[in-house]
Design a protein around this ligand. Structure first.
Ligand code: ATP
Length: 439
């Protein structure tokens, strides 16, 4: 018999069906047993009249919640059943996998009573059974699909760049080094060099959604040592403004799609209405951002006077929300001192670069890149890099490379912002940090 999804049972009234899922709740009464069975699509009550099969009744009594079951039975319309107004009258039950008793934790209790996040990460597959997580990864799927759709419609090509590299792509810091036969290799910190190579290769517009690695020993709620980066690069730009305009339209497109598909469930499960952002997003230059922070009486640590720290990002985010009712803001014109060598300069000390702050959190860094070989070489030297180490990259700019720009955006940070979740460890399938390589 083919499996019927629980969410589809209404179309099978008076038929005998096979359903498969987890034992969500068992109410064991004197003469009757009620099993609530759960699958991805919903929950259903299954009734077993004990005298019909006493040995089966005894076996069911022993079952732990979360056991994986296959059940057959007749679907009966029964308006008195709270759960969807129908029930299944049990005919057969197979235990596919018994859940041990007790469970490591009760995934379906009150959110406030859940064990600490770190413990839940040890038992991530149990934690994933919660409806918040099921929805989160459904949203992720819809969103990634929408991003790809947007790009493909707009003439972008998808690329998959190598994650093993012979030399660092960003800086020597935050770099994972590994033994590679007789030599050393590094794990890619971003697809930066290779997506720029696609510009030199004439692809004009590319994107990549893939893993990147950062040997960053910090324990914040927004950093991981491995994360999925959403990267884009486009040629023939006039300035970074072209890149921002492309990105904001793409985000609007993705938010709209997520709202269309999951809006109601987001309201139900996370308790808020997803807002599709208006374009253009507000923009502030770095100078304006610092003047604003002064006005807001936010004190930047002196060593960050060129930069924005997380508190400043939050303060700016809050201000933009209050003033423009917008969750996103671009901060443009960053000083070269805090940007990588390949960002194009504007004037002596500035750059044609931007960050995107969403919900008070940085989710993107982007820029027009320097595509002129001589200037790029000078900028690399200015940052103390040895050109020999990156000569393969510098070579991309020797035989006709168009002006171009792009950005990198953290997938899990975007989800944090979209679903208003406080910790990136909740929004990634499996968290990797300085102290976590398991499961
Ligand atoms: P931060 O200042 O927050 O450490 P960054 O400036 O190092 O970030 P970039 O190198 O510009 O980040 O990376 C681009 C984007 O990738 C960031 O805006 C963010 O969304 C994401 N990102 C960067 N580092 C991490 C990380 N360690 N864990 C998760 N996402 C990250």
């Amino acid at each position: 018999m083919e499996r019927t999804s629980i969410g589809d049972l209404r179309n099978h009234i008076d038929q005998t069906v096979k359903v498969q899922g987890w034992l969500h709740v068992l109410r064991d009464q004197k003469k009757i047993q009620f099993i609530v069975l759960r699958d991805r699509t919903g929950q259903v009550q299954i009734t077993h009249w004990k005298p019909n099969d006493m040995p089966l009744a005894e076996m069911i009594s022993e079952l732990g919640t979360e056991s994986a079951l296959t059940v057959t039975g007749k679907v009966v319309d029964n308006p008195s059943v709270k759960l969807g107004g129908l029930e299944i009258q049990l005919e057969s039950l197979v235990v596919e996998n018994k859940a041990e008793i007790p469970l490591p934790f009760e995934p379906f209790g009150e959110i406030d009573n859940l064990p600490a996040l770190d413990y839940r990460l040890d038992w991530r597959y149990m934690d994933l059974r919660r409806k918040q997580n099921l929805l989160l990864f459904q949203v992720q799927t819809t969103m990634e699909h929408a991003l790809r759709e947007f790009w493909v419609k707009n003439g972008f090509m998808e690329m998959h760049s190598p994650k093993l590299m012979g030399s660092p792509s960003e800086s020597g810091a935050e770099l994972f080094e590994l033994a590679y036969f007789e030599t050393k290799a590094y794990l890619a910190q971003s697809p930066q060099f290779y997506k720029q190579m696609a510009m030199a290769g004439g692809f004009e517009k590319v994107f990549e959604i893939g893993p990147v690695f950062r040997a960053d020993p910090s324990f914040t709620s927004r950093h991981m040592t491995e994360f999925t980066s959403i990267d884009m690069e486009m040629s023939w730009v006039e300035s970074e403004e072209d890149v921002m305009q492309n990105q904001e339209k793409m985000l609007q497109y993705a938010y709209q799609r997520v709202k269309d598909v999951h809006g109601e469930e987001i309201q139900e499960v996370f308790g808020f209405e997803l807002e599709v952002p208006q374009v253009p997003f507000p923009r502030l230059t770095m100078g304006e951002a610092h003047a604003l922070l002064k006005e807001l009486k936010y004190e930047m640590p002196p060593e960050k006077s060129n930069d924005l720290d997380p508190g400043a990002e939050r303060a700016i985010g809050q201000y933009i929300k209050e003033k423009y009712n917008h969750d996103f803001v671009y901060i443009t014109d960053w000083p070269f001192a805090v940007r990588p060598f390949y960002h194009m300069k504007r004037g002596e000390n500035g750059t044609r670069s931007f960050d995107l702050i969403a919900g008070g959190l940085e989710i993107t860094t982007g820029a027009q890149r320097e595509h002129r070989y001589d200037v790029l070489l000078e900028q690399a030297k200015e940052k103390g890099l040895t050109p020999e180490g990156i000569s393969f990259y510098l070579d991309f700019f020797r035989y006709g490379c168009p002006p171009h720009g792009g950005y990198g955006m953290g997938l899990s940070r975007l989800l944090m912002v979209m679903l208003k979740l406080p910790n990136i460890r909740e929004t990634v399938y499996l968290f990797r940090g300085p102290n976590r390589l398991q499961p």
